[in-house]
Design a binder for this molecule. Structure first.
Ligand SMILES: *[C@@H]1O[C@H](CO)[C@@H](O)[C@H](O)[C@H]1NC(C)=O
Ligand SMILES: *[C@@H]1O[C@H](CO)[C@@H](O)[C@H](O)[C@H]1NC(C)=O
Ligand SMILES: *[C@@H]1O[C@H](CO)[C@@H](O)[C@H](O)[C@H]1NC(C)=O
Length: 451
């Protein structure tokens, strides 16, 4: 048996479980789950033999430093805004760090200090970012090694309900805060297309969604993520004319969100009458009537006003209006749970209606499409595709595809199989190859195809 190893895992979200499970495969490992509230940590720890729980307030420097110094490595699965403090504490203790988040500027600023301390802070080792990097770079590097070029790189990824559990107006379910999901739908986007940078303002992002063919069984659409332009550099494909990373949803999702925006439901201004301090109560039709400045609050009148506000072709419009009715926002029998703003109040309703129920499962779909110019001038298209399904009443596909690579990366660092130092993402073979190979044992991989 190898020397005993102690692993500190910050956070107890749904991704933590599969990560802990990977680390529990090795006898010499002792995992400690740390949250601010001890009970939360204990409730996750109790599911795995030998896993410990501890209360750590990451905003308390001395507590954080003390906890990290008692371990050999720290995994940070808490919100990304805390990562820089975790890394600073880890630098003091000279202990490596693993996260599944994008490398942010405050994290990158600690690169030299990590190198000086001789530690790695390895980030972006989940699904997206994570598995997407591994299989993008695997293909890109093999094309380059054969003397070929990447003319175009498209990458779409989505976490969705499995088809049988997707039948609601959004074709979507919320496994975390609806607010974050909805606000992300109004981000500006930027990518390379045919040799030029294309920019899409946030208010047009949903309208920019296009059908994406991944597999004949799915009606997917995709829209671009925030900023794909730096992937020419990150993936070392300066020759690429088109570089897009985007999000997959089921058909109808962007149009429905666009309608919610057009109605005004995504308004983030504080409304006096929606504050918890106000004693007024509303039914949903009354609130929607207020939002629409309507002098009537009957559901038929409200739907008529909504119909005049949304732009969509007739068949789709009908589907959207049915969806609005399904949401209950024109109903006179559903009480509003006030949350300060229209957006948050709507989110509370969406979260109520669009949760995964017991026995339902999610799905993760990821596809890269590479247009390749071979060294002899011939052109071909290759794809790398992953479809993963959640286990009913067990772990979700999202939790597995984020948590397992994170656990594997942690184990590889403990084993000395990844020796780089600094604040890094898995952009080099020395890092992504061992993780990718270990993932095969868990049946997590992309299928590569030449079309
Ligand atoms: C930080 O944690 C330490 C140790 O638990 C405690 O003594 C101290 O009061 C905490 N500091 C703050 C600002 O909460
Ligand atoms: C890029 O080229 C394709 C194929 O010729 C074309 O359909 C598309 O509109 C072009 N996009 C831009 C932004 O020029
Ligand atoms: C309500 O408003 C509509 C359109 O603004 C108007 O045509 C109608 O007469 C109004 N009804 C009442 C009862 O005020």
């Amino acid at each position: 048996m190898s020397a005993p190893k102690r692993i500190l895992l910050l956070g107890s979200g749904f991704v933590a479980g599969p990560c802990v499970e990977v680390l529990c495969r090795r006898q010499e490992n002792t995992v400690t789950i740390a949250c601010r509230g001890l009970e939360k940590a204990q409730s996750l720890a109790s599911k795995y033999p030998g896993v410990l729980a501890e209360s750590v307030d990451v905003s308390n420097e001395s507590q954080l430093e003390d906890a990290i110094s008692r371990n050999d490595i720290v995994i940070s699965l808490i919100p990304y805004t805390h990562h820089a403090s975790v890394i600073k504490a880890a630098i003091k203790a000279r202990k490596p760090v693993v996260t599944t988040s994008y490398v942010s500027q405050p994290m990158l600023d600690l690169d030299q200090q990590c190198k000086d301390a001789g530690i790695i802070c390895l980030n972006e080792v989940g699904l997206d970012p994570g598995i997407d990097h591994f299989y993008a770079l695997k293909m890109i590097n093999s094309v380059h090694e054969e003397g070929g070029q990447i003319k175009s790189f498209l990458s779409y990824c989505g976490g969705l309900p499995a088809p049988e559990d997707s039948d609601n107006p959004l074709g979507y379910k919320f496994s975390w805060s609806a607010r974050g999901v909805l606000l992300a739908l109004m981000n500006n986007a930027k990518f390379w297309e045919n040799g030029s940078i294309v920019e899409i303002p946030g208010k047009e992002l949903m309208a920019s969604a296009k059908p994406i063919y991944v597999n004949p069984a799915f009606a997917f659409v995709g829209y671009p993520n925030r900023d794909s332009t730096n992937y020419k550099e990150r993936y070392n494909i300066p020759e690429a004319q088109t570089v897009v990373r985007g999000t997959l949803r089921y058909q109808g999702f962007p149009e429905f969100v666009k309608a919610l925006v057009e109605i005004g439901f995504l308004n983030t201004d504080n409304q006096e009458f929606l504050s918890s301090a106000s004693s007024e109560t509303y039914t949903w039709n009354q609130l929607t009537s207020k939002l629409l400045n309507s002098n009537s609050s009957t559901s038929d009148d409200l739907l008529r006003i909504i119909e005049s506000k949304i732009t969509a072709e007739p068949a789709l419009k009908k589907r959207i209006l049915n969806g609005i009715r399904w949401l209950g926002v024109v109903s006179d029998s559903i009480q509003v749970k006030k949350q300060g703003t229209y957006l948050d109040t709507l989110c509370a309703r969406l979260e109520e209606l669009m949760q995964y129920e017991p026995g339902e499962r999610d799905m993760v779909a990821l596809q890269h499409t590479f247009e390749i110019i071979n060294s002899d001038g011939s052109e071909e298209t290759r794809t790398s595709t992953m479809l993963e399904f959640g286990i009913p009443n067990g772990e979700s596909a999202m939790a597995r595809t984020v948590g397992i690579p994170c656990g594997i990366a942690t184990q590889l660092i403990l084993d000395g199989a990844i020796q780089d130092t600094g604040v890094l993402a898995p952009m080099t073979k020395s890092i992504y190859e061992p993780i990718m190979n270990e993932l095969l044992k868990d049946d997590i991989y992309c299928v590569e195809k030449v079309l």
